[in-house]
Design a protein around this ligand. Structure first.
Ligand code: ASP
Length: 425
């Protein structure tokens, strides 16, 4: 059995969906295949906007919902020759469900409401792609991941119960393969034991592919992207990028942990545990080799660059001028975890603890507010975090030109720097 994952860009419009069928016809032979699909294009962002309009009254929920509806029905109109195709009724029913969830005032937490609304993006996309594939003789069966990927109730960042998920997947998916060669399901979403919907964190569809591969002992996972494979830097920020042909699990874990966005950071570990290779390939040129991530001792022979903007550097100093000791640290970490703020880099000195994280205004404000009672809190915004794995001295000096290094950490293989632009000082 193999697992494929198609992200939002690969199903962003009708042409892209037609291309998915082309890729499957070209590369899928006889083996059993589970295809994990994300929401179409920027639908998750639009649904986030809808959630905010519903919860915080930041806009008109009905107008936003109409836009999302139109986007999906327009794609269907280009894919199906008649509006009598059952997909139209199926989508209508899904939109009625979505409408219901925003009809009354919110009664649960923001994170709970967010997951119930956001998850619909994946439900819509998989229904459309599955129906289209069946209409062009790529026979498949659609299944609902919410009843299979079992999680706890940490809404927006749910933790997967691997044992339960494995037994559910084996019970329901394995027999389905006797009737159908391809199974289509949603990435990113799961469900609790009380049947509420959860999500696995933004861009979490890669992780879904990895969970399914782990639970069903797949031969391989392939993530289909609009780039030729894993590159040594994001082409959005760097001009001369190189494709990496082979990457060890260890390097892939490090690079994604530091913020390489090509694969979701949680994807690699389950695959490494079962020694399942992960291929990253182009859905535009499926015949090309791409990158393979596997068990390997080979270290990368070129530097890899990871660049994160919109960073904040926060320093905590105990108000009573005592040292930063274990008790202070454990309290600080507890508050970070409570506010779901992820730490990208940290450094400790005698009387101060500094942390670099993504500048999510709402989360950072509530975190700082809580910690301000015990600590003097200082912070700098608008910063960049640069990570270079397998760095050389030359790479560092070229990257820090016209920048002020506010904090730097070097290990044998990796250097990380929190940078501020000199301009504007
Ligand atoms: N649709 C979700 C997102 O945009 C999950 C994914 O695409 O992986 O974050």
């Amino acid at each position: 059995m193999q697992v494929f994952k198609f992200g939002g860009a690969s199903v962003k419009d009708s042409e892209a969906v037609i291309n998915v069928a082309k890729v499957l016809k070209q590369v899928h032979k006889d083996s059993k295949l589970c295809v994990v699909i994300s929401a179409m294009g920027k639908t998750t962002n639009a649904l986030e906007e809808l959630t905010n309009a519903f919860f915080y009254h930041t806009g008109n929920p009905s107008l936003i919902l109409d836009g999302i509806k139109k986007f999906h029905f327009d794609i269907c109109n280009q894919l199906f020759s008649s509006t009598t195709h059952p997909i139209y009724q199926d989508l209508e029913n899904t939109f009625v469900e979505l409408h219901w969830s925003i009809e009354d005032e919110p009664t649960h937490s923001y994170d709970f409401e967010y997951d119930q609304i956001i998850s619909i993006g994946e439900v819509l996309s998989t229904k459309i792609v599955s129906a289209y594939l069946n209409s062009v003789n790529v026979n498949n069966t659609w299944i609902d991941a919410r009843g299979l990927i079992q999680t706890d109730n940490t809404y927006r960042d749910a933790i997967v119960d691997f044992d339960l998920t494995e037994s559910l997947l084996k019970k329901s998916v394995t027999p389905l393969f006797n009737q159908t060669p391809i199974i289509i399901t949603q990435g990113f979403i799961g469900g609790t034991s009380e049947n509420f919907t959860t999500t696995l964190g933004r861009e979490g569809s890669d992780y879904t592919a990895s969970i399914i591969a782990y639970c069903l002992n797949a031969e391989s996972v392939t993530i289909w992207k609009d780039v030729p494979g894993v590159l040594n830097a994001d082409p959005k920020w760097f001009n001369h990028t190189k494709k990496i042909d082979e990457l060890s699990y260890q390097d892939a874990i490090e690079l994604t942990y530091y913020g390489a966005t090509v694969i979701h950071p949680k994807t690699i570990k389950p695959l490494q545990n079962k020694n399942i290779p992960l291929y990253v390939k182009s859905f535009l040129k499926p015949e090309q080799e791409g990158t393979v991530i596997k068990n390997s001792e080979t270290r990368l022979n070129i530097p890899s660059y990871i660049f994160k903007i919109n960073q904040v550097l926060i320093s905590f100093q105990p108000k009573d001028f005592s040292f930063i000791a274990e008790n202070n640290l454990s309290y600080i970490f507890e508050v970070f975890s409570k506010h779901h703020v992820k730490i990208n880099l940290m450094q400790l000195s005698a009387i101060s603890f500094s942390v670099c994280c993504d500048h999510d205004q709402t989360k950072i404000n509530s975190l700082v507010e809580e910690l301000q009672t015990a600590f003097k809190v200082l912070y700098n915004t608008n910063l960049e975090l640069m990570t270079v794995r397998y760095y050389t001295v030359d790479t560092i000096s070229s990257l820090t030109k016209n920048k002020i290094i506010l904090l730097e950490q070097r290990s044998r293989f990796t250097v990380q720097m929190v940078l501020q632009n000199e301009v504007g000082l």
